[in-house]
Design a protein around this ligand. Structure first.
Ligand code: MG
Length: 249
């Protein structure tokens, strides 16, 4: 009988610590699953912010609403483009540079090539918008106007031709809606490309096209950066702009 008791005691010694470990493990798992469930609950409860679509959307920074050039500066000093009838027009005084800087963003702008057709190729209705002051989406009168494909309206200048040519006639208002992600420097020093997605007059012309990192020809800013100003190009043609707004992403 004694030997039975001894064996039982021995067995309990072996089992009890394991049972305790098991109990605490189960307790831990229970707590963990409770926490996970709670986190999932709070995710489900986090509703997206409410944005009035406008236009402009209520969370956008309005860079030009037709009233003044207060959100812009010139290449040297004040912005001096012609302000008329709710539009601003390139007039040979240099490019416009936004006072605020932006990184990843959604940009909307409207532009019109001159109604009076002059010159041809890159000389006709040329302007453009540089994201981060570095990467240009080209503006050009591409209505019956031949040029190199990655230099026409809707092109990521020098990198990617637009998928289609949806240019309106000279003088008519056109829209650009641009989703931009900036190139970044990775931890190992290599460059992780950014991307351009562009709708021209509501039609997709750049479909998540990579931005390798080298600034476009004639860019005013250089180097990889998380943020930079928006630049509207003065290429010597009286291109008009209106309704410019941007949302940080
Ligand atoms: Mg240009």
């Amino acid at each position: 009988m004694d030997s039975v008791r001894r064996v039982t005691r021995l067995l309990m010694k072996q089992i009890r610590p394991r049972a305790q470990t098991l109990t605490s493990l189960l307790g831990f798992l229970g707590l963990a699953s409770l926490l996970v469930a709670k986190a999932a609950d709070s995710n489900a409860a986090a509703e997206p912010p409410i944005v009035n679509p406008g236009p402009p959307p209520s969370d956008a920074v309005v860079l030009f609403d037709g009233k003044d050039l207060s959100k812009w500066r010139g290449e040297n000093g004040a912005a001096r483009w012609d302000l008329k009838d709710g539009t601003m027009m390139v007039n040979g005084t240099g490019s416009l540079i936004s006072k605020e800087t932006f990184g990843d963003c959604q940009l909307h702008l409207e532009w019109a090539a001159p109604e009076e057709v002059q010159d041809e190729g890159q000389g006709r209705g040329n302007s453009g918008v540089y994201l981060l002051g570095r990467y240009e989406i080209q503006e050009l009168d591409s209505y019956n106007n031949q040029t190199y494909p990655d230099g026409q309206a809707g092109a990521f200048y020098g990198h990617a031709a637009p998928l289609v040519n949806v240019a309106r006639k000279p003088g008519e208002w056109q829209t650009y809606d641009i989703i931009f992600h900036a190139p970044r420097t990775a931890a190992d020093g290599t460059i992780k490309p950014g991307s351009f997605t562009v709708l021209h007059n509501g039609v997709l012309v750049q479909d998540h096209v990579p931005i390798p990192g080298e600034p476009t020809t004639a860019a005013q800013f250089r180097g990889i950066a998380a943020e930079g100003p928006l630049v509207l190009q003065d290429h010597g043609n009286p291109v008009r702009f209106r309704n410019i707004w941007i949302r940080r992403l």
